[in-house]
Design a protein around this ligand. Structure first.
Ligand code: UDP
Length: 371
């Protein structure tokens, strides 16, 4: 009999497992995939750490979380600065003075602010009620049309007028020349990959892979006093109130016989016509070098395509609109009655969590539980 059965070996599960183990609890971690690390899983190809389920750049303002992850990995100095490609025109992201200069030829912050103010006024927006209005009120119509609208509609498969404003607020808007995508005190990529980081968290903890919890729920429930479930909350309840919607992502990954394909880790294709949302060139997360510091002759790229989730696909992004929010609320009430089960993580809480927030949430929950 274990104290905890942890369903899912992603960040939430691994952090909870580590904390429980350190408080002397017995822990079993299971995952239905053949590997640990959930969607932060990385795998080496051609000396390059490939982010198999999409690019993950660790960034946080939370010192406690930063110190915590640094116990398990060393972080490099990678700073995310994606480039936007709109029909072959390149722009700096996030929206900053380099972007405004390229878009309008403006040179000073005051000129840029005037442009945005004018476009916002012409669009007649005072209180933004959705993503489109929020975007226009932050950066004006030109940037909305070229850098936001197409990308967002591809990524979410919904018109910007039907998406919540908070999604675009994830991105900073700056009137300085600063291409750092995140407003974070701490940022980097774990040297040697995320899989290694999670492996270190799980050191000394029993892990069983290729085990599908929901298929053998009764038997597995018998193994532990408490369950930490990090899978989709609607799946846990057999979708009895209906399906929550997710966006899924499909990757087409290629090894190319050239040292440099696009000169940057991430290029976003912000027009509506290009079918992929972005291309990741993985070697640039580690400055194009292998563990010994040698330049790598080849490169690995992943084209990312966004799709509506259907049963059998991997869920990636919860669709946090009103309809799904209301349904999640009903599932949350059911979850609250499950005294032996803790629901956590992006899927367990149906929340668009960043990695640092997931870790903070797992640390807080473990703190409460293990008091
Ligand atoms: N976004 C955009 N254009 C871009 C990049 C992002 O319009 O070139 C918008 C889009 O709506 C997206 C949101 O900003 O859903 C958040 O982007 P982020 O990079 O945080 O998404 P993630 O990395 O989590 O996929």
């Amino acid at each position: 009999m274990y104290d905890y059965l942890i369903v899912g070996a992603g960040l939430y599960g691994a952090v909870f497992a580590r904390q429980a183990k350190e408080r002397g609890k017995s822990v079993l971690v299971i995952d239905k995939r053949p590997h640990i690390a959930g969607n932060v899983y990385t795998e080496e190809t051609e000396g390059i750490q490939v982010h198999k389920y999409g690019a993950h750049i660790f960034h946080t303002n939370n010192r406690e979380v930063w110190e915590y992850v640094n116990r398990f990995a060393e972080f490099n100095r990678f700073t995310n600065s994606p480039v936007a490609n709109y029909h072959g025109e390149l722009y700096s992201l996030p929206f900053n003075m380099y972007t405004f200069n390229k878009m309008w030829g403006v040179v000073t912050p005051e000129e840029a602010e005037e442009r945005i103010e004018e476009q916002k006024k012409n669009a007649g927006i005072s209180e933004p009620r959705n993503l489109e209005e929020q975007a226009i009120s932050l950066v004006g119509t030109d940037i909305y049309e070229k850098l936001i609208k197409g990308y967002t509609e591809k990524q979410w498969g919904r018109p910007c007028t039907e998406l919540p404003a908070f999604i675009i607020k994830r991105l900073p808007v700056r009137f300085t020349f600063d291409n750092n995508y995140f407003n974070a005190l701490f940022q980097g990529i774990p040297v040697g990959g995320y899989t290694k980081l999670v492996e270190n968290m799980l050191e000394g903890i029993e892990v069983r892979l290729g085990v599908d919890y929901l298929e053998k729920k009764e038997e597995l429930d018998g193994l532990a006093r408490k369950i930490v479930y990090t899978g989709p909350i609607d799946a846990f309840f057999g979708y009895r109130l209906g399906c929550l919607e997710y966006r899924s992502v499909r990757f087409e990954t290629e090894v190319l016989d050239m040292p440099n394909f696009q000169g940057n880790a991430a290029v976003n294709y912000t027009d509506r016509e290009t079918p992929w949302t972005r291309i990741i060139e993985h070697k640039w997360f580690e400055f194009g070098k292998d563990a010994e510091g040698n330049e790598l002759p080849r490169t690995v790229i992943s084209r990312e395509y966004s799709a509506e989730w259907k049963p059998g696909d991997e869920p990636y992004y919860p669709v946090n609109d009103e309809k799904n929010g209301a349904l999640y609320e009903e599932y949350r009430k059911l979850a609250a009655q499950e005294n032996r089960v803790v629901f956590g993580g992006r899927l367990g809480e149906y929340k668009y969590y960043d990695m640092d927030a997931v870790i903070a949430s797992a640390l807080a929950k473990a703190g409460e539980e293990l008091e």
